[in-house]
Design a protein around this ligand. Sequence first.
Ligand code: GRG
Length: 290
Amino acid sequence: MNEIQVYFKETTDFVNAELKRYMTNDEPLTKGLQESVNYTLFSGGKRIRPLFCIMAGELLDVSREKLISLACSVEMIHTASLIMDDLPHMDDSQVRRGKPANHMVYGQDVAALASIGLLTRAYEVVLNDPILPDDKKTQIVSKLANAVGIKGMVGGQFVDLKFSDESMEYSTLEYIHIHKTASLFVATGTTAAIIGDATEDETHAVETYAKNLGFAFQVLDDLFDAKGNTEEIGKPVKKDKGNFATLYGEDKSKKVIDKCTNEAVEAIGIFGRKSDKLIALGKMLLKRNV
Ligand code: GRG
């Protein structure tokens, strides 16, 4: 492993250990619910959002200890959204990360509770963090809630469910990608910047990186979907819905991914060599073989 791979592995291990600590629950009556939560939380996610959180904070010389509750929080939000997304009345997916989706194992009732439980725990872990000052916690939870809610992921999911088809306008598709996917990346960057007392320019740079990375990441997901690459996306391919790749083709999708990658890298140029790890993260995510 090279230096950056070692860094990714160590950081991922740190996040996983802390997530386990946050998810300890000795109540026997809710054991089945906790198992459902842990089933998806520890089923092989890439931990991109927590990695991004810690790397964005490190650009601003923040220690990992100050970032870890936020890093775990964004992974909990992400996992909550995956459990909900897979439910029959949403994306109706029976498989996630190559394994049966949460509701296929624990039932729809328990999966819905696992999703809500994880989402609320996400806010709680930040609010209970003994290191962060109260004013920052308030700002962070407000930004996260905004990114999840009607103006964020929930709104993006709504538009996806109701307006996503093969004849949708580009603006509709863009709305879905920005809200469903990029929104949590952007909120992760903004909140890490709050912890790091970033200047306006620094916050803008991290947010521009996050928005471009999040958008390109979803276009790449669409490309895998369109090419029927079930192995890469870990769930069955949905042919009936329009997505970036089915609407605009492989070449245009790849061009957009490249453009977003370049804009992301350019934005964090203001941090000099400190941005090397984030550049590597972008390359690792967006250069996967389609
Ligand atoms: C927050 C409970 C809650 C709901 C919000 C359901 C919903 C509303 C939004 C769905 C958002 C969603 C599933 C977007 C897809 C984003 C995406 C590309 C997921 C795949 O991310 P990876 O590759 O996944 O990081 P891993 O498996 O590595 O964790």
